[in-house]
Design a binder for this molecule. Structure first.
Ligand code: PLP
Length: 774
């Protein structure tokens, strides 16, 4: 494998581009915190000298904070972080509102609580929480934003007269989009002079100017750990005379506004950061102009690396330190894995919903679903340096080269000369999964030909790119049946690659050859020396077919070596395809199951068109051990009529998840994941010391592996090629295997799959490379 031009053969240095999540503590701030832990460790409430010294640090930090945020006559209260500040502001505003609501004149009005639709979750969740706890029963309403993330002023003007509180944010954490505070101020106050207004300023500090006393903002929470101070320290601004209710009562610290002994180490660190913001001492903070230049450089590196990139935030109205983008054809998880392999930390900027990760912020901005599902956020802070930006840009180019090497993107500038990166040649079976569905690509390298089975629209571009990049001749693209839950993308690929080929409705070519197996005739097409045999296997639908990839031994059809059986929805992992569609037939499925078993035997690998439980592949024998009905069919222990009755009852249980994926098979039992051995760094080292037969398998994708790996540590078997590994290592099921990946989740799935398929000694490294240093 070609070495990519990443920094060196040494472990790659860390490039941290996730400052909006949190930042490292700067050494000067850490040193100040340490001094307050070891030397000036007093309690600011103590009246002795050590206490007075501590109090001085606290008072000084408060004065600095006032200057930095332009607090004027407003108060600064130290908190544990912004979430506490948000609670305090909301509790204060709603407690005060509640008192007024007790007035019978206003009691029955239809009140609302307003918040920006792209607000950090801490805001709507706290609003709902205190609305319920305080029994205010106002309607909690999200203020819509436009496609640039700007709040809808007309909505505010219309709704704010009935609002008990309005919560907005200065700078968005996912997109860096800032709001026009003056415009907001005017709109709010023109329509409701007294409503309590909170502005979440967490992501604004150090990135844009904040001058609170010039506004009518009542509350503004801030957080230390977003700007190089430790976690656990924050502060909030409260306008003079704005309502206030302590969130934490107790010893009366912070003038009774927030009890609890103050976090002096945090305050000392914050004080150092404040000095830097004020341009004092050895400040290392870049100016807003410099940050802007950094963004330009990053954007141009990203565009060079991924020419198709789409930016999700408009740079016109966002701070320079946040770049949010999507790369067509790649999920955010794939890009996260890729960047993590290159030791670049970014964030997917998304919350995990039931199936796909997507960003509610980008959804609120009305961006297309794919941009929301593929969103990546890169963020840095004012301590960023030119050297770090240069390194980041170079490393980003390396990640693109790794994708080119894997043929997942094509370097359009270099295709003619093709000098840039050596491509890894494909040979064998690749599995592409989208949610619970699968597409399969089989490549026969010797004949330079390929076949695609059950092509999903989401992988259409990827399949096309792979074919082009590998220079493969597509022999056929076939669906195993007309899918009810998704549209096949066969036509789009046929239209560009197989224009000359006549085929039936599922893509089976007209020009085929025939063989006789067990007295029945079957058609087959050639893939180099391999045969792809078609067997009609109706049941799930009347058009269902199974495609059997096999090799004639001794050049004779009498002895076929079956590699894989692509059986659509006939047999699924832990289930059988449903038979309650209009064209389904349970008796036909009974016959099809017996036919398939006769053709491929019980040990051949089955590659269905669904994999709901991340099991990758199966065999009739593996299914018979947990699927009694299938076992009875194969062993002829049940009649077709009885099978149909059972099947009818099972199919009735299938829940159609309307609007999402239709479950294509009746789930028979709960997923029976076998426990596999789990290693940590120490137990793996110990196991390797006592046995030299342990085989370590890195199951990350080839582009991740190419970016950083140690040949002496593990060999690469990508998860997309796990099925091929199973096929090629059928005879080696006694081997001691330990699987490893980035975080331990892919390795766990793969280990469980191997164990279920009869691999006897398989384990995985819990926590993956993230927790294990080799
Ligand atoms: N508000 C915004 C905009 C944020 O980005 C965050 C942190 O992610 C918070 C609030 C919560 O801050 P903290 O972690 O200090 O509680």
């Amino acid at each position: 494998m070609t070495k990519l031009p990443t920094d060196s053969n040494q472990p790659l240095s860390l490039i941290y581009l996730d400052a909006n999540a949190t930042t490292q503590v700067l050494p000067q701030a850490a040193a100040a915190a340490l001094t307050t832990m070891e030397t000036i460790f007093g309690n600011p409430s103590s009246s002795h000298v050590t206490g007075l010294q501590a109090k001085q640090i606290m008072d000084n930090t408060r004065e600095q904070a006032k200057r930095i945020v332009g607090a004027g006559a407003g108060k600064i209260i130290f908190t544990s972080g912004a979430t506490e500040g948000i609670q305090t502001a909301i509790l204060s505003a709603l407690t005060s509102a509640k008192k007024n609501l007790d007035n019978p004149l206003v009691k029955d009005k239809n009140y609302c609580l307003l918040y920006g639709a792209t607000e950090h979750k801490a805001v709507p969740e706290s609003l709902k929480h205190w609305n319920e706890i305080l029994e205010i029963n106002a309607t909690v309403k999200a203020i819509p934003v436009d496609e640039m993330g700007r709040l809808d002023m007309d909505f505010i003007a219309a709704e704010v007269p009935n609002a008990l509180m309005i919560c907005t944010m200065a700078v968005n954490n996912e997109t860096g989009v800032y709001q026009d505070i003056n415009l907001l101020d005017n709109t709010i106050r023109a329509n409701n002079p007294n409503v309590a207004w909170m502005v979440d300023c967490v992501q604004a500090l150090g990135k844009t100017t904040v001058n609170l006393c010039e506004t009518s903002i009542d509350y503004a929470p801030f957080s230390g750990h977003k700007l190089y101070a430790p976690k656990g320290i924050g502060f909030m601004y409260v306008k003079e005379n704005s309502a206030f209710t302590p969130f934490i009562a107790g010893g009366g610290q912070e003038s009774g506004l927030r009890s609890g002994t103050e976090n002096l180490p945090g305050l000392a660190a914050l004080s150092v950061i404040f000095d830097m913001l004020l341009g004092k001492g050895d400040t290392c903070f870049a100016t807003v102009n410099t940050l802007d230049l950094y963004r330009q450089q990053m954007v141009s590196a990203l565009t060079q690396a991924f020419p198709e990139i789409v930016f999700n935030n408009s740079f016109e109205n966002s701070v320079a330190t946040t770049i949010n983008f999507a790369i067509p054809g790649f999920s955010s998880k794939e890009i996260m894995d890729l960047f993590d392999a290159a030791n670049i930390r970014v964030s997917s900027g998304s919350a995990c919903s039931s199936k796909v990760t997507r960003s509610f912020v980008l959804d609120a901005m009305g961006l297309p679903a794919w941009q929301s599902e593929s969103a990546i956020r890169m963020s840095f802070g004012p301590a960023m340096t030119q050297a770090q930006i240069d390194l980041a840009c170079n490393r980003i180019i390396s990640t693109a080269q790794a994708l080119q090497q894997s043929c997942l993107i094509i370097d359009k500038q270099n295709t003619s000369t093709n000098t840039a990166v050596d491509k890894t040649e494909l040979d064998g079976l690749l599995q592409f999964k989208v949610g619970g569905s699968c597409s399969w690509l089989y490549v026969d390298k010797a004949s330079n030909s390929a076949v695609i089975i059950d092509p999903l629209p989401e992988v259409s571009d990827r399949l096309q790119t792979l074919l082009t990049c590998q220079g493969l001749n597509l022999v056929a693209i076939i669906d195993t049946h007309g899918h009810a839950d998704h549209k096949s993308c066969r036509d789009s690929i046929v239209n560009t690659r197989l224009t000359e080929q006549a085929s039936d409705a599922l893509g089976w070519p007209e020009d085929t050859q025939n063989i006789t197996i067990n007295d029945r005739d079957y058609q087959y097409i050639l893939l180099g020396k391999k045969w792809l045999i078609k067997a009609a296997t109706p049941g799930h639908t009347d058009d269902s077919i199974s495609l059997i990839l096999s090799e004639p031994l001794k050049n004779s059809a009498d002895s076929l070596l079956v590699h894989y059986a692509f059986c659509g929805d006939l047999i699924l992992m832990d289930s059988l395809g449903r038979t309650n569609f209009p064209t389904s037939s349970a008796p036909a499925m009974f016959a099809s199951l017996q036919l398939l078993s006769d053709l491929i035997g019980t040990q051949s690998l089955i590659c269905p068109s669904h994999d709901y439980n991340n099991e990758f592949t199966t065999s009739i024998s593996a299914e018979m051990s947990r699927n009694l009905l299938l076992k009875q069919v194969i062993n002829n222990e049940i009649t077709p009529a009885k099978f149909s009755t059972h099947k009818y009852t099972m199919d009735k249980k299938i829940i159609d998840e309307s609007g999402s994926e239709i479950m294509c098979g009746a789930i028979i039992g709960a997923c029976d994941n076998k426990p596999v051995d789990e290693y940590d760094s120490a137990s793996l080292a110990e196991a390797m010391k006592s046995s030299n037969t342990i085989k370590l398998i890195d199951i990350r994708e080839p582009h991740e592996y190419a970016l950083q790996h140690d040949d002496n540590f593990a060999t690469n078997v990508p998860l997309t090629r796990l099925v091929q590994y199973v096929q090629e290592h059928k005879q080696e099921k006694q081997e001691k295997l330990v699987l490893v990946c980035r975080s331990g989740s892919r390795s766990q799935l793969a280990a469980q799959a191997l164990s279920r398929l009869g691999f006897k000694q398989v384990g995985h490294l819990k926590g993956g490379y993230a927790l294990h240093h080799y």
